[in-house]
Design a protein around this ligand. Structure first.
Ligand code: MV4
Length: 503
């Protein structure tokens, strides 16, 4: 087995990988930018190398510095985590040329899945359903119009080089087509330097369900069931679950078989994820893309399968056979993950960097916190503001929700705004509890929230009543002090009013 691995990443995922290394008696080497000198992953690693100034383009993305650090440390392999260089085929080639092992798929598999049209063609050849649409970029407006009429509205325009919803336009009818095509083209050009777009039939209110696949270097390919990732904000996942609330063994088997066919088609090695859109109408599913990395939301799969995906990645990179067969994979119970961000949910999820004054992470059976910060540490403006992935396991979905509600009430982060209050509200939402999820969940939830929220004067009255009852010796609550640290000025006012009234 490897003696030493370099982790080309930061934050919680670097910490997660260091933990797996430790369990396998492998030394872990961190890299860090000037902004991350005191970061948790640096403290946890056996040794650490500075790779440059704070912006990731000058540090975590500088492959030559990362390979230099690997050589200097004597590491034999590089784990890329997710983001940064994890899906960069050129980086993989440089790693291999340096005589190091890249923990992940071949650069050829990455290239094959990197382009949307290329991935679509591979899926079609493998016999996997894709959304009806064009297999080549659109040339003229006239061609687009004829194609749209053949496919039938609504249609979706997508940037060929795209990702993250950039250059994507929903077109309801022919009147909108010209302006949508122009907009998609210019957005594709400015985002990816390539203005080519293609067309698909739009799946209305789809679910986003993905299959975890795993492959070794000996041609074994298995799947580890699905994750439901429909709850997204601006194409960023926010809550993930395994299994999907649909929880159909039949659908899982069908989608799993398709995901394995895609992995086989590109001689995949390691952990990968095959994304599908699932129609709510008839549960028909369509291949969307394959992500050639370990994903942020991998813990929910680990919680229901009991398989350590990072350990398995390292074993497979060393050349071992998969440690399990398809028959060994059983989905047990239900897992839910909330991505906790340093963002203000009351102000359109604005980033909220700063010092974490106080941190209390929930404990108890069935909870898992993949964090990358510590009390007293700083959340930097330079990187993704995700501070933790908080996951729970229950015997079924209802118990998982109950556990998440309890745990989120215990979770406390002071000093910065976080998305914790948002998750507490979602866990109480009837539509979420029913599992009636689609990619439009968050905007619809925000509308429901407005309808059910107490008015500002209701909140004043409730606080004055609570503060007054304390003044009368009937409550445990100190007047003028919030029980859970929120709305301090309103509570101070309520306390002063209560004192006045009780005199
Ligand atoms: C779609 C679609 C409906 N029909 N394609 C969004 C990002 C990119 N990965 C694919 N996306 C979509 N493609 C067709 N033919 C709806 C979406 C979509 C979406 C997909 C997954 C999760 C959230 C989403 C939010 C809006 C739109």
């Amino acid at each position: 087995m490897f003696n030493k691995i370099l982790i080309a990443n930061r934050g919680e995922i670097a910490c997660r990988i260091i933990r797996a290394c430790r369990e396998m008696k492998i030394a872990a080497v961190a890299v860090y930018s000037d902004a991350d000198r005191d970061a948790l992953h640096v403290r946890m690693a056996d040794e650490a190398y500075n790779v440059g100034p704070p912006p990731s383009s000058e540090s975590y993305l500088r492959w030559e510095r990362i390979i230099e650090a690997a050589k200097a440390s004597g590491a034999e392999a590089i784990h890329p985590g997710y983001g940064f260089l994890s899906e960069n085929a050129e980086f993989v080639r440089h790693v291999n040329e340096a005589g190091l092992t890249f923990i992940g798929p071949s650069p050829e598999a990455m290239d094959a899945m990197g382009g949307k049209i290329s991935a679509r063609k591979i899926a079609i050849e493998a016999g996997v359903p894709v959304v009806p649409g064009t297999n080549e970029p659109l040339s003229t407006f006239e061609e687009a119009k004829i194609t749209a009429e053949q496919i039938g509205y609504p249609v979706m325009l997508k940037a060929s080089a795209g990702g993250g919803g950039k250059g994507m336009r929903l077109v309801a009818d022919g009147k909108e087509l010209r302006s949508a095509l122009d907009a998609a083209r210019s957005e594709a050009l400015s985002s990816f330097g390539d203005e080519s777009v293609f067309m698909e039939k739009a799946v209305v209110r789809p679910r986003h369900i993905e299959i975890q696949v795993f492959s070794d270097k000996h041609g074994n390919h298995v799947h580890l069931g699905e994750r439901e990732c429909s709850i997204q904000r601006r194409h960023q996942k926010v809550i993930e679950e395994a299994p999907s609330p649909i929880n159909s063994a039949e659908l899982r088997e069908k989608m799993g078989a398709c995901a394995v066919m895609v992995a086989k088609a590109v001689d995949y090695v390691g952990a990968g994820t095959v994304e599908f859109l699932v129609s709510d109408l008839d549960r028909s599913f369509y291949f969307l893309e394959m992500n050639t990395r370990l994903q942020v939301e991998h813990p929910v799969t680990e919680l229901v399968t009991g398989i350590d995906l990072v350990r398995e990645q390292i074993r497979v990179a060393w050349g071992e056979n998969l440690s399990f067969t398809q028959e060994d994979v059983k989905m047990n119970g239900h897992a839910i993950e909330c991505r906790i961000y340093a963002e203000d949910p009351d102000h359109n999820f604005m980033p909220s960097p700063g010092r974490i004054e106080r941190l209390h992470v929930p404990q108890g059976p069935g909870v898992r916190d993949d964090g990358g910060v510590y009390e007293g540490g700083e959340v930097s403006i330079f990187y993704d503001p995700m501070i933790s992935k908080f996951a729970v396991w229950g015997r079924d979905r209802q118990q998982a929700i109950e556990k998440m509600r309890r745990a989120l009430k215990e979770y406390r982060v002071d000093g910065i705004k976080t998305t914790l209050p948002f998750f507490r509200a979602v866990m109480e939402d009837d539509v979420f509890v029913k599992g009636d999820l689609d990619t439009g969940f968050i905007p619809a939830f925000r509308e429901r929230e407005k309808l059910t929220q107490p008015s500002e004067s209701d909140k004043d009255m409730a606080m004055i009543a609570a503060a007054l009852s304390y003044e009368k010796g009937r409550s445990l609550m100190p007047a003028g002090q919030s029980p859970n640290g929120d709305e301090p000025s309103r509570w101070a006012m309520a306390g002063r009013m209560a004192q006045l009234i009780s005199k």
